[in-house]
Design a protein around this ligand. Structure first.
Ligand code: AMP
Ligand code: GLY
Length: 417
């Protein structure tokens, strides 16, 4: 069996480790109480490359999968590769696709990827002038911090005042720190969204099926943006032909453009896509798997993930990953107050889960033998079933089996589907 080291400690990493553990021996750094059940947790943080290299040698790791974006943006893949370790995860140069929205837009335009009309700004006065002009021309705008801002850097504005507030808060008051020192102002698009994740290596790629996530904290897409409150797949309004078209228009050209610039992309490329008037537009790229899309996607997978990730890590184009015809739905159980500050250390009780339900730990910790909350998103409850409707019902039946003080979740995940 190959040996794989998964770097990270969230729900996405638990889901990857869970699926990979059927095909490989898994180590997780640092992992979480969920990965501890299926893998060997190593007490090493993603920010300690030397210790990770040492662990790869000691445990004869075949390849490393880097989960979160920050270590990728900071160059963890480059350091590991220079030490001779095969890594699923792009270089720092390529990770700028997520680390800098200004860079991402520049590459999209150069690659001919359909995306909203935009301009970049560091000067608030110029940004206000452009915003007024767009509104005068009958547009609305999204104001985006260029740097990585944990999902809090985008303000979709329907009025000039909202847009100007966002400009002030990012450029003048620097409320997002350096992440908001440069902003992108782009035209607002309107339409349904989906997430498309491609496994990339050797100049080629393999797209996983479309998934849909829910970014807003409250039902009916109200409340502030979060890291993601739930997800489902398949997405009935995105048929396979449309997904194929999105891959051709949004994934293939960006990889070609990166390659033209000498950047060899090895890892997951996540495209956030909005469908307007029947056309796929790219809203953003992430340089990693989505969270909680991954928790849903692994529930639809048969065999092949380990080999596909290994191929990418070694610079080869991945072969097929088996995908079942069944559906999967993940509901995130969050702490009271999320995405604002939350109380940590609350004891969690887990009742036995029904068949076909798996829980993925996001923000949990084991303290003195007791499972407690350790973050905003605590646990993802992931159900699989023949149809979306039955998977949704099963997931919601199981959410009440996760108990801690103040536990809350959206009640409309996969409802419109
Ligand atoms: P992003 O981080 O760029 O994906 O933006 C977060 C969310 O903001 C997206 O999932 C969309 O719901 C919304 N958004 C971003 N850009 C736009 C846009 N140009 N038009 C409308 N909504 C947008
Ligand atoms: N669920 C969206 C993301 O992972 O960025």
């Amino acid at each position: 069996m190959p040996k794989v080291l998964v770097v990270g400690s969230g729900g996405r990493e638990h889901a990857l480790a869970w699926k990979l553990s059927t095909e490989a021996e898994i180590f997780a750094a640092p992992g979480n109480p969920g990965t501890a059940q299926i893998a060997t947790n190593l007490p090493i943080s993603a920010g300690d490359p030397e210790a990770l290299i040492e662990a790869c040698r000691r445990h004869a790791i075949d390849f490393v999968v880097v989960g979160p974006e920050n270590p990728l943006i900071e160059g963890l893949s480059d350091i590991l590769r220079n030490a001779g370790v095969a890594v699923f995860g792009p270089s720092a140069q390529a990770a700028r696709l997520e680390g800098s929205k200004a860079f991402a837009k520049e590459v999209m335009v150069a690659a001919g990827v359909p995306t909203a009309e935009h301009r970049n700004f560091t000067d608030p006065e110029a940004a206000r002038g452009y915003t007024r002009m767009r509104f005068d021309q009958g547009r609305q705008v999204a104001v985006k911090a260029s740097g990585a801002a944990l999902g809090k850097g985008v303000v979709v504005s329907t009025t000039i005042e909202e847009a100007e507030d966002a400009i002030e808060s990012m450029l003048t008051r620097r409320e997002l720190g350096d992440a908001g020192a440069e902003i992108v102002i782009e035209d607002r698009l309107i339409g349904p969204e989906f997430s498309l994740i491609a496994l990339c290596g050797g100049g080629g790629f393999l797209c996983l099926p479309p998934a849909r996530d829910y970014k807003r904290a409250l039902d009916c897409d109200r409340g502030p943006n979060t890291g993601g409150m739930g997800s489902y797949s398949p997405v009935p309004d995105v048929d396979p032909d449309f997904a194929e078209r999105a891959a051709e228009e949004v994934v293939a050209p960006i990889l070609r453009e990166l390659s033209r610039r000498g950047l060899d992309y090895r890892g997951a490329l996540f495209a956030g896509i909005m469908v307007q008037e029947g056309r796929p537009y790219c809203l953003e790229y992430n340089v990693r798997f989505g969270d909680p899309e991954t928790q849903t996607l692994v529930r639809r997978m048969g065999s092949g993930l380990c080999e596909a990730l290994r191929a990418c890590a070694e610079g080869r184009t991945p072969g097929a990953v088996a995908i079942g015809a069944h559906a999967a739905v993940t509901v995130v159980v969050a702490s009271a107050g999320y995405p604002g500050p939350v109380e940590k250390g609350l004891p969690i009780e887990l009742a036995p889960m029904p068949n076909d339900v798996v829980i993925f730990h996001s923000g949990t910790e084991m303290i003195a033998g007791r499972l407690v909350t350790a973050g905003g998103r605590v646990i993802g409850v992931s159900a699989s079933a023949p149809t979306l409707e039955s998977a949704r019902i099963k997931a919601y039946e199981a959410t009440s089996a996760v108990r801690f003080r103040g536990a809350r979740w959206r009640t409309d995940i996969a409802v419109t589907a």
